[in-house]
Design a protein around this ligand. Structure first.
Ligand code: KG4
Ligand code: ZN
Length: 342
């Protein structure tokens, strides 16, 4: 699949094909990331500077601090990416950057760096939607092609998306309140785990009994989700132990069972309804052990399942480069503005 894009400065056409290198930058939240990817699937360099340590003491991401941290890190991260790939800017066919959704101050740092690189090297600029990028992480090191149903689970989003082609994506269901990652982080805080609680809760859950407590599943639209009632149920459960001998692992496991079974049940319904044979897990929460297991269990029922390896689940720039390469719904106008919400 070839794409033709124009260079920024001299407006000359550039053909982007399977041998082309795309450099991408991602800075929508608390990771400053840069990558160089060949043909949308082969990662030549993937550099991520995480700010988790900086935000840990506040129990969450502070947007202004995050933006300043991006400013500090961005040049080092870009230099390191060129170094790891062993190329310079002249070898790059196009520069891609995350436009949104995300924290505005953070996005501005990465997007301006992307636009500057594209101008300085006179190459095309490609603006990318962060959510499409999470889905595109599944193109890395695979032969995946649409059509597929994607379950996108991150700190800010929970969606079931029908991807019919590289140019046609439709959100068929989403959360009406908390995102899955948000629910994980909030429940983790309830039981006293430090930020970001999702991965820690997942670890404890693996040591517990998934059926120790029956937690409620929300009644919402066919492909929609709601996790605020579940969160309240866990709060009530935690309080019932009054700080004494709380079976933390069992609570975590029961919460994880409730979330993962709800998610995968609805994905399976979508696969059946639309008669799709491929399922694609995406987003930071795709790192979750039980959600991964249940998605891959669908292979026993004849579906083909995909999930990125761990380092491409959470925010990274390889997925941004891959999204720029494969998906058609990109922003090619260099005057594009960052946006905070999808
Ligand atoms: O996609 P991401 O890196 O950032 C956003 O765009 O939101 O996702 C981060 C979210 C956080 O809420 C984090 O707690 C959650 O993903 N997360 C997990 C796991 N690993 C990361 N949640 C549950 N289990 C995990 N193993
Ligand atoms: Zn993300």
């Amino acid at each position: 699949m070839n794409k033709i894009k124009n260079t920024l400065f001299s407006n000359k056409p550039v053909t982007i094909n399977k041998d082309s290198l795309i450099m991408a930058i991602e800075s929508s939240c608390d990771e400053t990331a840069c990558a160089i990817v060949k043909g949308g699937r082969e990662v030549l360099a993937n550099v991520v500077a995480s700010q988790i340590k900086v935000h840990e003491e506040y129990g969450g991401v502070i947007p202004e601090i995050a933006a300043r941290e991006h400013l500090e890190a961005i040049n080092v991260v870009i230099d390191e990416t060129f170094k790891q790939a062993g190329v310079n800017g002249n070898a790059i066919s196009a520069f891609a950057g995350t436009v949104g959704p995300g924290l505005v101050g953070c996005l501005l740092v990465g997007l301006n760096a992307t636009k500057t690189l594209a101008l300085a090297y006179d190459k095309p600029f490609i603006g990318v939607n962060h959510l499409n990028a999470h889905i595109a992480a599944n193109f890395i090191d695979t032969n995946l092609e649409p059509p597929f149903i994607s379950l996108l689970v991150s700190g800010g989003h929970t969606q079931i998306i029908k991807v019919s082609s590289y140019s046609d994506m439709e959100i068929i269901g989403e959360t009406i309140d908390d995102a899955v990652g948000e629910a994980y982080d909030k429940v983790a805080r309830l039981i006293g785990l430090p930020y970001p609680g999702g991965p820690k809760l997942d670890k404890l859950a693996q040591e517990g009994n998934s059926f120790a407590f029956k937690l409620p599943e929300a009644k919402v639209g066919e492909y929609d989700f709601s996790f605020s009632g579940l969160k309240t149920a866990v709060l009530r459960l935690v309080k019932s132990f009054d700080g004494k001998d709380m079976p933390v692992n069992d609570i975590c496991a029961s919460f994880q069972e409730c979330v993962s079974s709800t998610l995968v049940k609805k994905v399976k319904k979508a696969l059946e309804t639309y008669n799709y044979k491929q399922v694609v897990l995406a987003g930071g929460v795709a790192a979750n052990s039980e959600i991964r297991k249940k998605i891959f269990d669908l292979e026993k029922e004849g579906y083909k399942a995909y999930a990125p390896i761990m380092k491409y689940c959470t925010d990274n720039a390889s997925m941004v480069a891959s999204s720029a390469f494969f998906f058609d719904n990109t922003f090619d106008d260099v005057n594009v503005e960052v946006f905070s919400r999808a």
